[in-house]
Every structure is written in C-alpha cells, then in structure tokens.
Design a protein. Structure first.
Length: 44
C-alpha cells in the first residue's frame, strides 16, 4: 500500500488506535505517528 493510500484511509476515519513496543524505537515511532495524526486532525 502506498503512503498516499494510507493517508487517504486514515483521513477517512473518525478515530485511530495504534500500538507500539515499549523500547526506544517503538516509543519514537509512536511519537512520530501521534504527531502526524494530530496534524491531520485525526483523533487517537
């Protein structure tokens, strides 16, 4: 799936649930994902 297709799907929903590992790279990727969702005004 392309990044554009992922973005379109995420923008089409009201709310998103995501999970990550509790280690340095997992927490970092979760923070990046949360920031991107917040900027797109998608509730988590």
């Amino acid at each position: 799936m392309s990044a554009v297709a992922c973005a379109e799907r995420l923008c089409a929903v009201d709310r998103v649930l995501f999970a990550s590992h509790i280690d340095a790279d997992g927490l970092t990727s979760a923070a990046v994902a949360a920031q991107a969702l917040e900027r797109a005004e998608i509730r988590t």
